[in-house]
Ligand binder design. Structure first.
Ligand code: HEC
Length: 132
């Protein structure tokens, strides 16, 4: 009898402890991408942009070219810099993908990036638009 109670007690304790464990995890924040590398940004360009942007809008987004075409470079069709480091709100690149229509057609032309991809590019700009 005592042994049975002990077993029930141990099992119960196990349940309680595993319950606690699940509650102790860090709170996930989907909008925080951590440090975004330029490789992550280039991967988005590779998949969604380079079919038109070796040349469209005088903008080459191919690997090895894109960074020097974007950061602190004036847009060819709009007032302002393509990417102003630290300021996604003042960057033509962000205004072209955020669905706002601030700079004409949304990119990729005829479609849109996922919210996750949009957030990633925003975070990269706001973190200083580093080339690493
Ligand atoms: C189907 C072709 C096409 C695709 C795909 C495309 N673009 Fe464009 N893009 C254009 C054209 C055409 C222009 C010039 C007209 C305009 O500014 O809307 C342009 C212009 C731009 C400009 C403005 C350049 C400047 O200096 O004036 C940016 C920034 C841009 N695109 C970013 C992107 C990004 C980022 C992607 C991928 C997410 C992308 N584009 C995908 C066709 C495309």
């Amino acid at each position: 009898m005592k042994k049975a109670l002990l077993i029930i007690g141990v099992v119960f304790l196990g349940f309680v402890m595993s319950g606690c464990k699940q509650d102790q995890g860090p709170i996930e924040d989907d909008s925080d991408n951590g440090n975004v590398s330029y490789d992550q940004v280039q991967a988005i360009f590779d998949q969604n942009c380079i079919s038109c942007h070796p040349s469209s809008g005088n903008l080459d987004l191919r690997r090895g070219q894109s960074y020097n075409q974007l950061v602190n470079v004036p847009a060819s069709g709009y007032q302002g810099l393509r990417v102003s480091p630290g300021h996604s709100d003042q960057s033509v690149l962000y205004g072209k993908i955020d669905g706002s229509g601030r700079y004409g057609s949304n990119m990729p032309l005829g479609g849109s990036l996922s919210q996750q991809q949009i957030d990633l590019i925003k975070d990269w700009i706001d973190q200083g638009a580093r080339n690493q």
